[in-house]
Ligand binder design. Structure first.
Ligand SMILES: C[S@@+](CC[C@H](N)C(=O)[O-])C[C@H]1O[C@@H](n2cnc3c(N)ncnc32)[C@H](O)[C@@H]1O
Length: 341
């Protein structure tokens, strides 16, 4: 099996689009792990600011509802890479540029495969292809692979060379989370209508898309420029609270355009009653202390989730903060926001 993996020094210019002197070390390390470990653990590799973790094949957040009504035409967005579904939602809405940032190095080859599939397949072919059973179907892969970047092409070419069903299964199981099923696609507009899918395909050619590999703590340092929308999904569930808020604070202050918003949190529950206003709900959910603040948006959305995932219908809540919030408040220490001076 090992011999199937093209090492950096074997990569030749011209063959399958490899670029000389552009090492693909991490993708190859990742692929080796997917091949050989029956259960991969996800150590964070501080030296490389990266981790190898399972990718979400589709978003489990109700992004269609969260961003409904938000005008993103011509805007610039920074979002966690995740499954790429956040990207697709924003591209449908006519964004000028989207920067995908994620610590998981598998996020890029997976999202690139989805982008290439959207460019080259009909909506029904896409839904047939992006399944556990068919992701190794060569007839689809040959239709889409020319739209992969050289390093993602190398990653997938090597994976596609594997014919042994058991190993293929290991790769898929190691690479993607379980919500790889038809009813986990209900939160995205581009798979609800062929018209939206076509809009997405057309817009993909004009939207500038970049990938940044970074751990959350470095998001501010690594994400160049300013954005109209920053999307952090439920990343706070994965991060120690203090680190989370200090990075959110610096992102909010230095990376948001005037009028911009940050999606700070997605909770898979209804954050208890907003009776005391949004600030109270922030208090309750994050344990932070702050006074009254205006100009913030709250949204409690009805995200009907799969019974098998959560047992019952639950509400979900997302928190969007305006740039104004960050201009007014500063994170000063553990669990505390204070008015600046
Ligand atoms: C928070 S997860 C959850 C997926 C999400 N619920 C969705 O629907 O897409 C989204 C992404 O955050 C990334 N992530 C988690 N912890 C991170 C960290 N400390 N630094 C950078 N990215 C991180 C994961 O790799 C994953 O791709």
């Amino acid at each position: 099996m090992k011999s199937l993996i093209v090492k950096n020094n074997e990569a030749k210019e011209g063959i399958m689009g490899y670029e000389k002197n552009k090492p693909n070390k991490y993708f190859n390390v990742a692929l080796e792990k997917l091949f050989f470990d029956s259960t991969i653990s996800y150590p964070y590799d501080a030296d490389n600011n990266a981790t190898i973790a399972k990718v979400y094949p589709y978003s489990n957040e109700n992004i269609a509802d969260v961003y409904a009504g938000m005008d993103l035409r011509g805007k610039r967005v920074l979002t966690v890479g995740s499954s790429g579904d956040q990207l697709f939602e924003f591209v449908c809405k006519g964004c000028r540029a989207v920067v995908l940032i994620d610590a998981n190095i598998l996020s890029q080859p997976f999202i690139e495969l989805k982008i290439a599939a959207i460019k080259n397949l009909s909506m029904f072919e896409f839904m047939d292809y992006l399944t556990k059973e068919n992701i190794f179907k060569h007839r689809y892969y040959w239709k889409v692979c020319n739209d992969l970047s050289p390093k993602s092409r190398e990653f997938w070419d090597n994976a596609m060379l594997e014919y042994e069903p058991k190993i293929r299964e290991t790769i898929v199981n190691n690479m993607v989370h379980n919500n790889f099923a038809i009813n986990d696609r209900k939160f995205v507009n581009y798979l609800k209508s062929m018209t939206v899918y076509e809009t997405l395909r057309n817009n993909l050619s004009s939207c500038k898309i970049n990938f940044i590999n970074s751990a959350f703590n470095d998001f501010d340092k690594k994400s160049r420029g300013k954005y109209d929308l920053i999307v952090l999904s439920n990343i706070s569930d994965y991060i120690e609270t203090n680190n989370f808020f200090s990075t959110v604070d610096s992102l909010g202050k230095s990376r948001l355009n005037d009028g911009g918003k940050m999606q700070v949190y997605y909770a898979f529950l209804e954050i208890p009653r907003y009776t005391g206003g949004f600030v109270d709900s922030l208090k309750e959910s994050f344990g932070i202390q702050c006074g009254n603040v205006s100009g913030m948006e709250k949204k409690s959305i009805n995200a009907l989730r799969d019974r098998s995932l959560v047992g019952d219908n639950v509400k979900a809540t997302t928190i969007l903060l305006d740039k104004e919030f960050f201009d007014t408040y500063t994170f000063v220490g553990t669990k505390e926001y204070q008015l600046e001076n």
